[in-house]
Design a protein around this ligand. Structure first.
Ligand SMILES: NC(=O)c1ccc[n+]([C@@H]2O[C@H](COP(=O)([O-])OP(=O)(O)OC[C@H]3O[C@@H](n4cnc5c(N)ncnc54)[C@H](OP(=O)(O)O)[C@@H]3O)[C@@H](O)[C@H]2O)c1
Length: 220
């Protein structure tokens, strides 16, 4: 499956590298393809991975991952051109976070709406599936979890699209936990903020993939 990645941050680069290493041709979209660190990223990939414009990444992908800063997401989708995404699975890894008051951030949208549903409104022809938003980037590919593969929450309105995403998640080392319709992103996005708050509080993110060996309360 050809994969377009909209976003050149840590999530886009991590997932792009993960999919390329599993044999998927990958095009990573950005406004600035010539940036030296992105050239370096391309050279460090074993598979077919290139850095291109948002529009080219959207056009290229059979499925497309959305991994942009929330405040820039609408602009990035305009640059990607919604027509390039019509009918395609769009895996929404974003969280609608507002960092303007410092750390931890606040949710920019929620309770009666979600970033996932807003992305679907921006891309009415696409089949949006929320995924990856509740885990920290460094665990997204090949999570090191003793025993069974850890579980990744997803949400979306199209069962076929969710099956495609579940297949991709399995390749990256995850089991899928289907939260239901895309409106369940109203719960998955606050969950992501809860995870981020705990990371900020404890300085650790291994609780996402390790059995808990810590007191239920208090700091490690
Ligand atoms: N970091 C994590 O561990 C983590 C985990 C789960 C979910 N998430 C979510 O995943 C998303 C990506 O996170 P990240 O940390 O990888 O990167 P990020 O710094 O949040 O976003 C980087 C991307 O956003 C694009 N962008 C920013 N402003 C833009 C604008 N005005 N117009 C168009 N594009 C713009 C950048 O484009 P250029 O390439 O052109 O600069 C870049 O590709 C976020 O929504 C985040 O909340 C992050």
């Amino acid at each position: 499956m050809k994969l377009g990645i909209l976003g050149s941050g840590i999530v886009g680069r991590t997932l792009g590298a993960g999919f390329a290493s599993r044999g998927h041709p990958v095009r990573l979209g950005t406004r600035f393809p010539a940036r030296p660190e992105l050239r370096h990223w391309v050279h460090s990939q074993a598979g077919d991975a290139r850095v291109v414009s948002f529009a080219e990444a959207a056009r290229f992908g059979d499925a497309v991952v959305l991994a942009t800063d929330w405040k820039g997401t609408e602009h990035a989708l305009e640059l990607a051109r919604p027509a390039h995404l019509a009918g395609k699975v769009v895996i929404d890894a974003t969280n609608p976070l507002d960092f303007s008051s410092g750390m931890p951030p606040r949710l920019d949208i929620g309770h009666s709406d979600s970033g996932g549903e807003q992305v679907q409104r921006w891309l009415p022809g696409a089949r949006v599936v929320k995924a990856f938003n509740t885990v920290i980037a460094r665990h997204m590919v090949g999570p090191k979890c003793p025993g069974a593969a850890p579980a990744m929450w997803i949400a979306g309105n199209d069962d076929e699209a969710k099956n495609e995403v579940a297949g991709l998640l399995e390749e990256l080392g995850w089991q899928t936990l289907d939260a239901g319709a895309l409106s369940q992103a109203r719960l998955l996005e606050p969950l992501a903020l809860l995870v981020l708050c705990r990371v900020v509080q404890t300085g650790r993110d291994d609780f996402l993939v390790q059995p808990l060996e810590i007191p239920a309360t208090g700091k490690e």
